[in-house]
Ligand binder design. Structure first.
Ligand SMILES: Cc1cc2nc3c(=O)[nH]c(=O)nc-3n(C[C@H](O)[C@H](O)[C@H](O)COP(=O)(O)O)c2cc1C
Length: 166
């Protein structure tokens, strides 16, 4: 049994729910899990592995993830780390869009070398956006809706302990 931290960042809540779903799945595998907004994490002492997740905004992973990696780098480089990015890129089914998101995830977590990394489809609810954000998503012709695939999220989470060797 390992102690695993699922550290997430989110602006509109869809990544929060994905992080919670990953946490539940890890708990169901018999691990002790903390799911925490990454800005609130003060120490990694006692954890055997860390999952880091955040959304993509305007072509980049949310800035909090890079800040989290820099702040906790000394602890993180000694632990198995897995990363996920949440965005609308997978919705287009174009492998180039997915690859772009994967690169954004890698750039944000660098120089860490995650043992697992993935791109999850997220959610876009125009009623939660500012007028400027609405304008941006209209211009980008973004798909609107909840595209989260809970089966894929649970399946990825179930594979983590094996990949993290915990
Ligand atoms: C202003 C804005 C910009 C976005 N930019 C991108 C983007 O560049 N690429 C992408 O795939 N998704 C983009 N998205 C979609 C978000 O990644 C998606 O809504 C995600 O689920 C948000 O996560 P959160 O609810 O945890 O904040 C954007 C959404 C908004 C509102």
């Amino acid at each position: 049994m390992a102690r695993i931290l699922v550290a997430y960042a989110s602006k509109k809540g869809s990544t929060t729910e994905i992080a919670q779903a990953i946490g539940k799945e890890l708990e169901a595998s018999g691990h002790v899990v903390d799911v925490a907004e990454m800005g609130t994490v003060t120490s990694l002492t006692g954890y055997n592995a860390v999952v880091i997740g955040g959304p993509m905004y305007i072509g980049k992973m949310i800035g909090e993830t890079g800040k989290f990696v820099r702040r906790h780098y000394i602890g993180l480089e000694k632990l198995p780390v897995a990363g996920f990015i949440v965005c609308l890129a997978p919705v287009t089914k174009d492998p180039v869009d997915r690859e772009y998101a994967q690169k954004a995830l890698r750039a944000s977590l660098a120089p860490l070398q995650p043992v697992a990394e993935t791109v999850f489809a997220g959610k876009l609810d125009p009623s939660k956006l500012s007028w400027l954000q609405k304008l941006m998503i209209e211009k980008a012709k973004s798909p609107v809706g909840d595209f989260r695939d809970w089966t894929a999220i649970a399946a990825w989470a179930r594979e983590l302990p094996g990949k993290m060797k915990v």
